[in-house]
Design a protein around this ligand. Structure first.
Ligand code: SAM
Ligand code: SF4
Length: 440
């Protein structure tokens, strides 16, 4: 989502004459777009700011001022604290205020810095942003929903991104059409809880009225030239029946679903305030696999949430074995100030978290490698997104989000073509273009 947000900030600043530069040394303004989800991500901001201070000073000495801004969730959470720790920062802006960047830049230039905007403005950011003008490429992101009302014990999102809000269906469809006109062939819909999206479309039912996320996907599948749809990140509780049916009915919807479970222990899921059990999750996976038998799953896991015992962790390993994941992200629990879990008793010791992380990662890596290995010999439709590392090589994506490398002409970029998979590596696939099938 920060990648998408950074693009939209560039769109807002373009009319002022700003354009992206390759390095901070050439930049009249630097915006650090930050993440607060884990402590490590937040700390990186201050070490990066230390480096940018040197660049700013060197430019200043050469008579070239630099505006330094911190955007995103660290800005939202830390606010004035950022300027106290790094007084050379000129602007601190939260994720809901970036449509006001031009005004902040003018204020910072006039006053020599000191601009802090971390409120949740009454007007919706997206209503005030210009249409995205910078092409994202063959694969594009599109934010449809932001914020969260679920308040998991460990998570800062409801505090930094604010309450759950969905963009109107018409705005999403119009942006998807623009992205396709700019060359996108695959769109990934984004939201902290993307499948909580809900909206109103103009007109009467069945075309207008209240829309679910499943209905939105069906409408997007009708956008001419849009070959593939994905969405992330979903909450298990928001997998409505019509969304499951969309996985059965909508061919553009790729057979890969990121569905975070966090833990395989009911006790820990309750402590996390996840509002689903292990059984709910397994039944959901079963229903999705019935709807779309080749659906591959990915997930997020947190190890070492306060109160997690060896038995709870063993239950997580058990869940992983029962589901079988194509890919997954594992995190050590990171205490976030102001969240309920931060003050909970029975915090898990760091070495225990480390050991559990390594065990879980090893199991998930094994599953990912086995999943990729099973692709060997299959013919998969691959969307080519750019040149590969070697001359003459192309890089693409399988329906299951695996990177695929083949030799082929650059003219294939933006097209879907059948590829015979010759090698299933731990993190990617290698294959050969099926030229007879393409010609036929
Ligand atoms: N909304 C999604 C859900 O409900 O599963 C998750 C979105 S969250 C922005 C991305 C991931 O970051 C979470 O799934 C979780 O695994 C991880 N995460 C969030 N807070 C964390 C924390 N305090 N420590 C470690 N990992 C965390
Ligand atoms: Fe965070 Fe996801 Fe829980 Fe919302 S549902 S609080 S975004 S982990």
């Amino acid at each position: 989502m920060n990648v998408y947000d950074s693009g939209r900030m560039a769109d807002v600043l373009a009319p002022l004459g700003y354009a992206p530069t390759a390095t901070p040394d050439d930049a009249d303004m630097v915006i650090l777009n930050t993440c607060h989800i884990r402590d490590k991500a937040a700390e990186k901001v201050f070490s990066e700011l230390g480096r940018l201070r040197v660049v700013k000073q060197a430019r200043q000495d050469a008579g070239q001022p630099t505006i330094l801004a911190v955007a995103g969730c660290v800005a939202q959470a830390e606010g004035a604290e950022i300027m106290a720790r790094a007084p050379y920062v000129d602007i601190v802006l939260g994720p809901q205020t970036y449509h006001r960047l031009p005004e902040m830049v003018a204020r910072a230039a006039r006053a020599g810095g000191g601009v802090i905007e971390t409120d949740f403005p009454a007007e919706a950011k997206f209503d005030h942003l210009p249409d995205s003008a910078t092409p994202q490429g063959v694969t594009a992101f599109l934010t449809v929903q932001e914020g969260c009302d679920k308040f998991c014990s460990f998570c800062v999102v409801p505090y930094t991104r604010g309450v759950e809000a969905s963009r109107p269906a018409a705005a999403v469809i119009a942006e998807a059409r623009r992205l396709v006109a700019q060359g996108a062939r695959e769109i990934t819909l984004l939201g902290q809880n993307v499948n909580a999206w809900h909206g109103d479309a103009p007109g009467d039912a069945p075309m207008g009225g209240a829309w679910t996320f499943g209905r939105l996907l069906r409408a997007l599948a009708e956008v001419p030239g849009l070959l593939r749809l994905r969405y992330t990140t979903s909450h298990p509780r928001d997998m409505a029946d019509d969304l499951i049916e969309a996985h059965r009915d909508v061919p553009q919807l790729m057979p890969f679903l990121h569905l975070p479970v966090q833990s395989g222990s009911d006790r820990i899921l309750a402590a996390m305030n996840r509002r689903h059990t292990v059984d709910d999750y397994l039944r959901l996976v079963g229903r999705l696999r019935t709807a779309r038998p080749d659906l591959a799953f990915s997930s997020d896991f947190i190890v070492g949430h306060p109160g997690e015992t060896d038995a709870d962790f063993a239950a997580t390993l058990d869940l992983v074995r029962r589901v079988g994941f194509a890919q997954a992200f594992c995190f050590k629990y990171s205490s976030r100030p102001g969240t309920p879990a931060a003050g909970a008793p029975l915090q898990v010791a760091e070495p225990v978290k480390d050991a559990r992380l390594q065990t879980l990662l090893a199991l998930l890596r094994e599953q990912q490698a086995a999943f990729n290995e099973r692709s060997r010999g299959l013919v998969l439709p691959v969307l080519f997104i750019g040149p590969g590392r070697r001359p003459g090589q192309l890089s693409g994506r399988s329906p299951f989000l695996q990177p695929v490398h083949v030799d082929g002409p650059i003219s294939m970029i933006g097209q879907v073509a059948p590829v015979t998979i010759l090698d299933g590596r731990p993190n990617s696939l290698a294959g050969t273009l099926n030229l007879e099938q393409i010609c036929a």
